[in-house]
Design a protein around this ligand. Sequence first.
Ligand SMILES: [Ca+2]
Ligand SMILES: [Ca+2]
Ligand SMILES: [Ca+2]
Length: 239
Amino acid sequence: MNTSGAPSVPVVLTLFPVGADYHHVALVYNSTAGIVSLYLDGRLVEHSPPKPGTPLISNGSAGFTIGDNSGGSQVFIGSVDEVEVFNVAFSSSQIKALFDSDSAGKCKPLANHPPECSSSLPSRSQLWPPNHTMNRITIQGITDPDGDPITVTITNIHQDEPTKIIPGDPSPDGANVGTNTAQVRAERNGNGDGRVYHIGFTADDGKGKGCSGEVIISVPHDLAHRAIDSEARYDSTQP
Ligand SMILES: [Ca+2]
Ligand SMILES: [Ca+2]
Ligand SMILES: [Ca+2]
């Protein structure tokens, strides 16, 4: 550290730890006392001889360097992270408090982002043949920018045909709302234009952020024609 009255105040951390763990290192310069203090994990480990009234100045050309000397020839072997510079000389108790506060202090947690529901897809987009069986549908393609594991919950299932069209028609045609896997029936009105199911869901990243969306599954009238989605909406989970 260079100051105006003392071009170089060397402080050498003689007990620097080795290993894979991160450590909290704080360097404080108090210009009133003219003392450079070095802290490791909240404890004072070394300080320079006092040189009272020596301000800290910039000489305009020498950069402020962390993890090396200003000439770039003494590279720190390891990783330097969570660097912060303050314009005030902290006391030893303030340094201790900063270290003790853990993630609320220097090591601030990274910002969390919501998962992305817009690219969601059903595990099956079409059910065939229309044999009235129930089919499991999961929601795929949801991503989280932070890589958080996503929990999907089915919130509703609707269809554009009544669940019971003729006597003996099995119903309900949708199930498992509240779980991560919907069930919908491979069925359509034999006199209709094909059935379209709408499965609504929410996705939760476990850190308080979420998104919601809908996937569509069709049961065509026949394989030569796409199912047509009418305006009508019937709750598939009702008889
Ligand atoms: Ca996230
Ligand atoms: Ca039915
Ligand atoms: Ca239809």
